[in-house]
Design a protein around this ligand. Structure first.
Ligand SMILES: NC(=O)c1ccc[n+]([C@@H]2O[C@H](COP(=O)([O-])OP(=O)(O)OC[C@H]3O[C@@H](n4cnc5c(N)ncnc54)[C@H](O)[C@@H]3O)[C@@H](O)[C@H]2O)c1
Length: 334
C-alpha cells in the first residue's frame, strides 16, 4: 500500500489553486502546511480548499517544523532556485513551477544539489501531459517526427497585471517578460517536438508598456534544432482581448496543431480525453492534475521524475539565448 506523503506549498497566489485542486484528488498526499509572506493569502487558500493545516509566512521555518516529504514551489521566478535548494538540502522532493529558474548558473546549481540530495525535482511543464499534446506527439512520431513548426502566443497583459504582483516586469525578479513567463510552455513544446535548440536568431521588444516594465512584452525568432529542423515563434502580451496559444507542427504527411488545449490535424478537430472544466486558462488545460499525479507516482516508486531538471533545460536555453540575440545568430551549447 502506498504511504501518505506530507505536502507543503509555498506561494498561495494565482497558480496555487491548480496545485491544491490537483492535490485534493490524490489520496496519498496530505497538505500539512501552506506558506505565503502574506499570511491572509495562505489562510484564504486553506479555507477555500477545506485544508486543516499549519500556516507559515517563513518558508524555512515551515520546512523545518512541518518536515514535509514534498513541497510545491509556486512563488515568483527569482525564488525558485533558492527555495528548491533549501528543500533539496533537507531531502524534500520539489514540485517546481515553471520556469525552473532564471539563469543557467542557477540551473547548474540545482542539478548539482539534486545529485547530493535523496530527493529530486519535477518541473511544472504541465502542457506536455495534456491529452492533446500526448496525442499530437504520438501522431508526429508515427509520421516520422516533426520537421518544422511554429509557436504563437497572443496574450493581453496590461499595466495592472504588473502593478498587482510587483515581482513581474523586472529582470531581477521575473527573469524576463513574455518569453520566460507566458510563452515558456509553447517554447518547451517546440523543443519536445523538434529537439533541443542548437542556435537561434531572435529580437525582443517592449511595444506597449515602455516605462512600466523593463522586460520584453514581445519576442520573435527562428530556432535551429539540428538535423535540418527549424521552428519560428512570435510571442506577445501586447495583444488585446485574447489569450491564445498555438503550437503547430509539420510532419511528412500532416499538419498538427495544438490550439490552447485542443488538437487539430490537417485543419480538422480531433477528439481527445481533455475535458472542458479546466481551472484557469484554456491554454493550461488540465495538465496540472496529470503532472502532479505523475510526480507523486515518482516520489512513491523512486522512478525518475516526469520532467527532470535536465529535461527542462531546452526551454530555458532557448529563451535566454533569445534575450542575448539582438537579431544575430546565437549558438546554444551544452
Ligand atoms: N504552470 C503554469 O501554467 C503557470 C501558470 C501561472 C503561473 N505559473 C507560475 O507560478 C508561479 C507563481 O505565479 P502566480 O501567478 O501564482 O503569482 P502570484 O504573484 O499570484 O503568487 C505568488 C505568491 O508568492 C508569494 N510569495 C512571494 N514571496 C514569497 C516568499 N518569500 N515566501 C512565501 N511566499 C512568497 C506572494 O505573496 C504570492 O501570493 C510563477 O513561477 C509563475 O510563472 C505557472
Amino acid at each position: 500500500m502506498k504511504r501518505t506523503f506530507k505536502v507543503a506549498l509555498i506561494g498561495c497566489g494565482v497558480i496555487s489553486k491548480n496545485h491544491l485542486a490537483a492535490l485534493s484528488k490524490i489520496d496519498c498526499a496530505e497538505v500539512v502546511a501552506l506558506c505565503d509572506v502574506k499570511k491572509e493569502k495562505a489562510e484564504a487558500r486553506a479555507t477555500e480548499f477545506g485544508i486543516d493545516c499549519k500556516i507559515y509566512t517563513d518558508y524555512i521555518k515551515m520546512l523545518d517544523e512541518s518536515t514535509p516529504d514534498a513541497v510545491h514551489v509556486c512563488t515568483p521566478h527569482y525564488l525558485h532556485a533558492p527555495m528548491t535548494l533549501e528543500a533539496l538540502r533537507r531531502d524534500i522532493f520539489v514540485f517546481l513551477e515553471k520556469p525552473t529558474c532564471i539563469s543557467q548558473g542557477e540551473l547548474a546549481e540545482l542539478i548539482e544539489a539534486e545529485k547530493r540530495s535523496r530527493a529530486s525535482v519535477c518541473v511544472c511543464f504541465q502542457n506536455r501531459f495534456s491529452p492533446s499534446v500526448i496525442k499530437a506527439l504520438r501522431l508526429a512520431r508515427e509520421d516520422g517526427g516533426a520537421r518544422s513548426g511554429y509557436a504563437s502566443v497572443f496574450w493581453d497583459r496590461g499595466e495592472k497585471y504588473y502593478t498587482e504582483s510587483g515581482w513581474r516586469g523586472s529582470y531581477a525578479t521575473e527573469g524576463g517578460g513574455v518569453m520566460i513567463n507566458q510563452a515558456i510552455h509553447a517554447i518547451d513544446l517546440l523543443c519536445v517536438f523538434l529537439g533541443a535548440p542548437k542556435a537561434l536568431k531572435a529580437k525582443i521588444s517592449n511595444y506597449h508598456l515602455e516605462g512600466i516594465i523593463e522586460v520584453e512584452d514581445s519576442c520573435d525568432g527562428i530556432v535551429y534544432h539540428g538535423d535540418d529542423k527549424t521552428s519560428s515563434f512570435y510571442a506577445t502580451t501586447a495583444a488585446r482581448g485574447v489569450n491564445s496559444t498555438v503550437v503547430y507542427m509539420v510532419t511528412e504527411n500532416h499538419k498538427i496543431e495544438v490550439r490552447n488545449y485542443k488538437l487539430f490535424v490537417d485543419g480538422a478537430p480531433v477528439e481527445t480525453d481533455e475535458h472542458e472544466n479546466y481551472i484557469g486558462k484554456a491554454c493550461y488545460g488540465n495538465g496540472h492534475d496529470a503532472l502532479i499525479d505523475l510526480f507523486y507516482e515518482a516520489v512513491s516508486s523512486g522512478d525518475s521524475m516526469p520532467v527532470t531538471l535536465e529535461n527542462s533545460r531546452a526551454a530555458l536555453d532557448l529563451l535566454l539565448a533569445a534575450y542575448r540575440s539582438e537579431g544575430k545568430l546565437v549558438e546554444i551549447g551544452n
